[in-house]
Write a protein that binds this ligand. Structure first.
Ligand SMILES: [Zn+2]
Ligand SMILES: [Zn+2]
Length: 272
């Protein structure tokens, strides 16, 4: 108990600084709790944007490190820009408005408990020894596989399926993100509210690759084929059994609604 308390108190602080020295934040705990690499196009396009403003050049697969969202001090508030890539974008990024270093990133999936830093685009004294937990959004990443990839870290192409989101939430380093805690300083999402100046860059929606779109179409076709087959089966049941009739009918209604939805969204698709 005493040892634990000692450990808590002796936590080293983490300083995240921009390259020109205009702004920085200090975290109560300098130890990264989770490490992820992201292949999403927003990470890439945002880095292209900051680079065009004088920031560091984009790296192919940025490293994301997650810390307890507990900010003890903020230096150079007036130099901090708060940016979203589009109005409905999930992430909010804190940048230096002079050198365009990225200080920290907030995302609703952090439950307010966690903040993310991108060490490829800032200076810091944090402990980044955490092993890699996962690769994410890899369907948006076009480059070839390279030999330096960590072969044992799970790779998520997208979070389109609920089971992918569940598997991601169940990564051992991500489970504690939900644990609430009382910060000694300020949480990142409170700091963002406090700064009151979110600027929207207005990037267009994802530029998906052709192969990605083809895969999506193939998946949709597969689903439509399966909906059609289920409807045929339901019709047979309706014909055969009075007992199962009403259940099958309501099932058919929901299947035809699903089919209608796909047709409205993607046009009539042949189910052969
Ligand atoms: Zn700066
Ligand atoms: Zn990303």
């Amino acid at each position: 108990m005493t040892q634990k308390r000692l450990g808590e108190n002796s936590k080293m602080r983490g300083k995240i600084q921009c390259f020109c020295g205009a702004c920085s934040i200090t975290l109560a705990d300098h130890e990264a709790k989770c490490y992820i690499r992201c292949g999403c196009s927003d990470c890439r396009r945002f880095a292209e944007y900051t680079h065009s403003k004088g920031g560091l050049p984009p790296v192919p697969l940025p490293r994301l490190f997650y810390f307890k969202s507990d900010i003890l001090t903020i230096k150079g508030k007036e130099s901090i820009k708060v940016l979203k890539v589009r109005a409905n974008g999930a992430s909010t990024r804190l940048c230096c408005n002079r050198c365009y270093s990225v200080l920290a990133v907030d995302h609703p999936a952090h439950w307010g408990n966690v903040l993310m830093i991108m060490p490829d685009y800032c200076r810091h004294n944090c402990d980044l020894t955490r092993p890699l937990s996962a690769y994410i959004h890899m369907s948006e990443f076009d480059a070839e596989e390279d030999a330096e990839w960590e072969p044992y870290a799970p790779l998520f192409e997208s979070f389109r399926f609920r089971r992918q989101r569940m598997q991601y939430d169940l990564l051992p380093d991500r489970i504690p993100w939900r644990d609430s805690f009382r910060p000694k300083g300020m949480r990142l999402n409170d700091l963002i509210k406090n700064l009151k100046k979110v600027e929207v860059l207005g990037f267009s929606e994802d530029r998906k690759s052709i192969s990605d779109l083809e895969e999506q179409i193939e998946n949709l076709n597969r689903e439509i084929r399966s909906v059609n087959n289920q409807m045929i089966l339901m019709r047979e049941i309706v014909d055969k059994s009075e007992l199962k009739k009403s259940k099958a009918q309501s099932e058919m209604i929901s299947l035809s609604e699903k089919l209608l939805y796909y047709e409205q969204k993607f046009g009539i698709i042949k189910s052969s």
